[in-house]
Design a protein around this ligand. Structure first.
Ligand SMILES: C[S@@+](CC[C@H](N)C(=O)[O-])C[C@H]1O[C@@H](n2cnc3c(N)ncnc32)[C@H](O)[C@@H]1O
Length: 201
């Protein structure tokens, strides 16, 4: 079943890729990216991963924010990655590759920070993604998860978007998932409307 779901997600985002940056939702997400920059701390010369990078807007913004940053964007959708290479390639120190967050073709202990904006809601296997994040994060690294959150639910809130279900995770559920993955929640910050940033260490 997850394989089928990943295929549905991939074709949904492949179809969306060409006009993704022009939609109102993306304008909202870019406002989220701007707010996110106020809540992050990166070491000098950081190597960062943007998981579910879409068209690469956030990675490009991070490269401008911190000029000594090196970054990699990974996304399930080949068309999103093609679009990222076309419009947000930026300097040579930025790269993009197709990949599924549940099985990253990346070395252990590689990244100083992992970013994950408006993407976690799409994962049918969130525990496995968190295990991968933990594996690729360096010791002392940070994981920034910004996504829609219900303010009160104790269980993940599931919505079916046609054939493509999405799930929202409250602060309490994020904390529980962190413990299971061997991560720690450092703080929760409401970024914009219902979008909650959770910083994990
Ligand atoms: C709503 S877009 C957000 C894109 C970008 N992070 C932003 O802030 O605009 C969600 C992205 O997650 C990607 N995605 C969904 N499931 C994924 C998975 N299992 N692994 C990697 N990327 C995934 C989609 O292809 C899509 O580009």
């Amino acid at each position: 079943m997850p394989d089928e779901l990943y295929q549905q997600k991939q074709s949904l985002f492949d179809r969306w890729a060409g006009f993704y940056d022009l939609t109102l939702t993306s304008v909202f997400y870019q406002a989220v990216h701007r707010r996110l920059l106020d809540s992050i701390q990166l070491p000098d010369q950081p190597y960062v991963l943007d998981l579910g990078c879409g068209t690469g807007k956030l990675l490009n913004r991070l490269a401008q924010y911190q000029p000594d940053l090196t970054g990699l964007g990974v996304d399930l959708s080949p068309d999103m990655i093609a679009q990222a290479n076309r419009v947000n390639k930026g300097p040579e120190r930025m790269g993009y590759q197709v990949g599924n967050a549940v099985a990253l073709a990346l070395e252990d202990d590689s990244f100083d920070a992992v970013f994950n904006t408006i993407t976690f809601l799409h994962y049918p296997e969130p525990e496995q993604v968190l295990a991968e994040v933990r594996r690729v994060l360096k010791s002392g690294g940070r994981y920034y998860l910004a996504d829609f959150a219900p303010r009160w639910a104790e269980e993940p809130e599931v919505l079916a978007q046609g054939m493509s279900p999405i799930q929202f995770y409250s602060p309490a559920v994020r904390e529980q998932l962190a413990v299971e993955a061997g991560l720690t929640v450092l703080e929760h910050t409401w970024l914009l409307g219902p979008v909650l940033l959770t910083t994990f260490g």
